[in-house]
Design a protein around this ligand. Sequence first.
Ligand code: SF4
Length: 347
Amino acid sequence: MLTQAPFAQQLLHWFDDHGRYHLPWQQSRNGYRVWVSEIMLQQTQVATVIPYFERFMQRFPSVEALAQAEQDDVLSLWTGLGYYSRARNLHASAISICEQHQGQMPSDLGSLIALKGIGRSTAGAIMSQAFDQPGVILDGNVKRLLTRLHGIEGWPGLSHIEKQLWQLATELTPTQRNADYSQAIMDLGATVCKPKQPLCVTCPMQSTCQALANDTVAQIPTPKPKKVLPQKTVSVLLLKNPQGQIQLQQRPAKGIWGGLWSLPEYAHLTALHAHLALSGLPINTQALPTIKHVFSHYKLSIEPHLLQLKQQPTKVAENDQNRWYDAAQLHTIGLATPIKKLLENNQ
Ligand code: SF4
């Protein structure tokens, strides 16, 4: 097995010829750009992130610009990227950076992980990528690479396996060419030691890889034990006024789609009709096709019901959390993706 110096040397040698140098966040590199890119790249492929990153930077070119933005503006640029707590945390942390660090991205591990949404690996990536310090990273790509290289069996999410991987990642991280090293180890995981059909024949680590030697590449990393996801069903109301505007409701800050705009939601159709009756509205709703959506911890069936009003209602609340929106305004607010699609299909 390679120890730190030869491993880093071999990896950097490979990176010099095959690494990625033209990603947007590698240009005009600074702490803010690296931070935003690292948050967007969590659970998300580079190709998906690039247009989101470019739009985000155009709109919020600095920590100050992000801190001064309305949360709705931040969420609207995140629509479709998923895991919306990332956007809320990014916004909250930009405010903290302005208040506590004079708008300067901190460069030490302790201050970075004190910020909302920044874990140990993201902090390591910011330290190395933005400040060229020996920050240790252990994202999904690095975990896969290290488990295969060292033939480590067992799901990497288990705490004892994760601890072992952190130890290995720390031992292997060099003290020079830090930005290149962290990019190199992520690139090797993403482009060569891929989840499916890794390119072992072109891999610079093939002579020392345990999984390759033991013919266990396809079994490592051990997948997460499968559990049956619970199923939940809700009814939502697509209420249109005579001008074609739609009633939207802002979701609570915490929980699924926190802070995003959505349709009023009810446990079932009877509750939806009871609400309409209380508001003095007709209950001749029209059922639209059910939408299925899978979250990490449950499956959701959304049953939409359309009600086209002939008169502007007097009892339908309009306040900070409930508003009528024109179709043309919908791109300016953060919307849950399935709801966005539903609205686009029923304009
Ligand atoms: S030899 Fe194959 S399995 Fe081993 S590190 Fe390289 S790409 Fe991954």
